[in-house]
Write a protein that binds this ligand. Structure first.
Ligand code: RIB
Length: 306
């Protein structure tokens, strides 16, 4: 049976600036190409979850504009339940992605409607939250809203997954107290814990920081080094798949969404789920754009056999 996943988060239109390398201060450079794609950390995670077979519901906000309609259409096309996506008076969120030749990116976001999401919106989505196996949130929508959703999930005995992205130095302990699994990348984890993420010792120290605050599962994503998985029972690195990256946008989001689709709520298959998620992510980075590059379950399963 497939998981029921509720993703609370951001919806952005991604404006992608294709450049050779990042400009230095004061330098003018030319853009080799420009493209647009559907994105936003929350929306990308929802697409990854649904394409990996999860029954997926989204809680978020778009603006009353053509970008908002475009995003809503894209989410519906993938059979995501969009009943809990509201329309705000501000414009739909946007991201400006500086994509360099190596496939790495730097992202500037304009929150727009994403920051109009409120605890009231979450209460209106209560039915979906209590029916979910996992409720997933990031930090591109207000953190108090994520905390409210996690509280409702916990009251119903459901699991919560926090992706603390973009990096936050002052992540409220009250939010961590409502988090079952945290999935930061190295930069995000170092910002939260104050401990650089460099080797096995520091992976463990970072994970212990979260465990001490009551977080049962920790997955630190390590880019080309894979991920470090830590629970009471398991502490190990899960390797990444080596591929040539065209665009790393949504690599982490694919990992999180795909993981939420295949993870057992008792976390018994955590390492296998992280391996699946890592394979999914390795397919995403081989294509341009967020939504267009996120793979279907069949493609991930096929790639896992190679
Ligand atoms: O994680 C990638 C996403 O971050 C992009 O799609 C962009 O919208 C930003 O939110």
């Amino acid at each position: 049976m497939s998981n029921r996943v509720v993703i609370l988060g951001s919806i952005n239109v991604d404006n992608i600036l294709h450049i050779q390398a990042l400009p230095k201060p004061g330098e003018t450079i030319e853009m080799a190409d420009f493209s647009k794609a559907a994105g936003g950390k929350g929306a990308n995670q929802a697409i990854a979850a649904v394409r990996s077979g999860a029954q997926t519901t989204f809680i978020g906000k778009i603006g009353n504009d053509s970008n908002g309609q475009m995003m809503l259409t894209a989410l519906k096309k993938d059979n995501i339940n969009t009943e809990n996506i509201g329309v705000a008076k501000t414009q739909t969120g946007q991201a400006y992605i500086l994509l360099v030749a190596s496939g790495q990116n730097s992202i500037i976001i304009q929150h727009g409607a994403n920051f109009e999401l409120t605890p009231t919106d979450v209460h209106q989505a209560r039915e979906a939250i209590v029916a979910a196996d996992f409720v997933v949130a990031q930090a591109e929508t207000p953190l108090d809203v994520a905390e409210e959703a996690f509280k409702i999930a916990h009251e119903a005995g459901k699991r919560t997954i926090l992706n603390p992205a973009p990096a936050h130095q002052d992540l409220p302990e009250s939010l961590l107290a409502e988090t079952d699994i945290i999935i930061p990348n190295e930069t995000e984890s170092a910002a939260i814990t104050g401990i650089p993420v460099t080797d096995d010792t520091t992976y463990r120290e970072n994970a212990e920081f979260y465990h001490r605050l009551g977080v049962a599962g920790v997955i630190i994503t390590l880019g080309s080094a894979g991920s470090y998985v830590s629970t009471k029972q398991v502490k190990q690195q899960v390797p990444a798949y080596k591929v040539k990256a065209v665009d790393t946008t949504a690599a982490g989001d694919t990992f999180i969404g795909a993981l939420s689709a295949v993870l057992q709520p008792d976390l018994a298959n955590l390492v296998a789920a992280a391996t699946y998620a890592s394979r999914a992510s390795s397919l995403t980075v081989q294509h341009l754009g967020a939504f267009p590059s996120i793979p279907l379950r069949a493609a991930v399963v096929k790639a896992l056999k190679n």
